[in-house]
Structures are given as structure tokens and as C-alpha cells.
Design a protein around this ligand. Sequence first.
Ligand code: SF4
Ligand code: SF4
Length: 358
Amino acid sequence: MSTTTERRTDIGPPHYEQFLHPIIKKNYGQWKYHEILKPGVLAHTAESGDVIYTVRAASPRLISTNFARKLTALASKYADGYLRFTSRNNVEFLLANKDNIDPLINELSEFTLVGGTGKSISNIVHTQGWVHCHSSATDASGLVKVVMDELSDYFTSMKLPHKVRLAVACCLNMCGAVHASDIAILGVHRTPPRIDHESLPNLCEIPTTVASCPNNAIRPTSIEGRATVKVDEDKCMYCGNCYTVCPAMPIADALNDGVSIWVGGKISNARTEPMFTKLAVHYLPNNPPRWPEATEAVKNIVEVYAKNAKPYERVGEWIHRIGWPKFFDLTGIEFTKYHLDDFRHAGTTYKRSLQNRY
Ligand code: SF4
Ligand code: SF4
């Protein structure tokens, strides 16, 4: 008979330490400095004098088996089997031997790009999109592919004033780092959820559905004696959170969904505070498979920034220096009423606790 102590489960990932490169394991937390040898190649030097080289390449995040096999074959050949994926979906090969850098880059260049270091555009961190998520207002992988096709020259070079971090999130829930990226594409719904009153009582728990709304826009009600909910459309911000909890409240709308563009965010570092993105373009249509409007809008912002920012100025810092009116002027983006934050219920309805007010 099995006992509790013998029970094995598959809960949780294996401990990361077993996957560390031996040089990283030996010098863990004892790094002296790093330098960028050329686009896509980093060298980290430890206190002990050990050096480990990193070759960074592009990956589309949703990768094919063939692509994964090619990467692992190259890792075995040049990097003692060690590679990792960064949070922005770059693939990094960890090399102990400097002589392997150029042969690895030559082979990688046959099927992907090497770069994403220093004053460049790194891969776009992104969410699930139409492939996986129920509440998406746009696609993620497709959008990322076409934007990076346009910007790949900024991935393989280091000619921008500073690094530019891009993000795509396919709805307001923002699983991607939209709030903290230099330029972000955010999928937007523009209509409230449609309530299927017939199915709702059978599919959804009403208290949970009411509680799912961050703006307190959902109220219990009854129609012809059947318990259901209603939505105060003035308070709805089209986030789709209720649909996550209640499948009888679909929000996707092919004719009205689209994308918005946000700029100026970044995470904090040792010297500066974090900055949050602000709205640049309130709506562009979903236009797959190449999303020309969204792609052009992002490229325009990158190029105006590249031309006007001072060295080592991030996008948000550049806008802060020149001012928002000048940003709209230089980029040619129209300033609209949607740029004014006039959500009049914010003070009273944003939830600050787990309590509900009716
Ligand atoms: S951002 Fe929204 S639609 Fe995209 S994966 Fe997250 S919850 Fe789903
Ligand atoms: S959860 Fe979001 S989409 Fe649903 S009613 Fe509330 S604000 Fe609107």
C-alpha cells in the first residue's frame, strides 16, 4: 500500500538549478560585468575570471517542432546543450567557447535572425491571441510576426538611441507587459458583453459573475422569473473579465474589435522609477493577415523616436522631455477625445476591496 511520503505528483516545475550552465552555476550571483561584443552577442565575466558568451536569436514564441529541433541541434553542437528562452521569447545559446560564436551565428542565420541586444528592438513579448484565448480582441502571434517583419533591421543592429521594448496583449487583461513597454499594441473590444439570458442561469454562478467585474458594472436581476444579470454599460470598460467567468457573456465582436497603441512605459532599474504607457492611438482596425495600419503606426513611432531622441533616452523619457503635444506633432498622430481620461465612475467604482456595492 502506498503512503503519503511515497506519492509522486507532477505539480510544479523541476528546480531550475539542474538546468544551469556549469559556468553560471559555479559563479551564481558573482558577476563582475558584461559587455556586448556585437549585435546579438553578450559576454558575462565573473569575479573568478570565468567568461560565458551568449548568442541571442529571434524566435516567434509559438514555434514548430522543426524549429525547436534545429535550435536544440545547434545547442548540442556549439553550446554543450545549453539554451534558454527569455521572457521576450528570444532564444539564447550559452557558450563556454568563444570560437563557437561565429559558426553558430552562421548556421542560425540560415533560418532566423541574430540580435536583440543593446540599442535595439528585442523580440516582442506577447500573449495568446486567437490561437488560445477566449477573450482576445485581436491576434497576438500574427501581429507580432508582421510588426517584426517591418522592424527586423532594428533587431539585427544597435542603431536606436536606446533599447526599445515592445509588447502585444490581445485584450485589456494585458497578460503581456503592455503597461511597462516602450511601445505596446493592445487589443480592444469596443462593445459591452452580450448576455445570453437563456443560458446564463445554467452556465454561470451569478455571485461569481457579479464579482468578476472590476468596475462593478454587473448586477443580479431576473427576467421572466429566471435569475440572470444586467450590465450598466456606462460603467463597462469592455475588458472581457466577465466572459472569463461566465461563458454566457461573450464580448468578441468582429466588426468592432481592433487594436490601440500605447507608448512610454518601462520597468524600473537601479536608477530610475518605472514609467507606465499612455495612449497614443486609440483605435486601428483588425486587418489580418498583415495588419498594415497597426504595423505602420508602430514603425512610424520607432522612426520618429530614432530621429529625435537623445542617446540613451528611452521612448518615455524622450516624450517626457519634449512634451506630449510635440510627440503628437512629430508623429502626426491625431489627438482625440479618447486621449482624455474622463472615466467619471473611476473614483466610485474601481474596486479597492473584495466587497461589492449594490
Ligand atoms: S491579454 Fe486577454 S485575450 Fe490575451 S491572453 Fe490575456 S486574457 Fe487572453
Ligand atoms: S467585467 Fe469588464 S466587460 Fe464585463 S461588464 Fe465588467 S467592465 Fe464590462
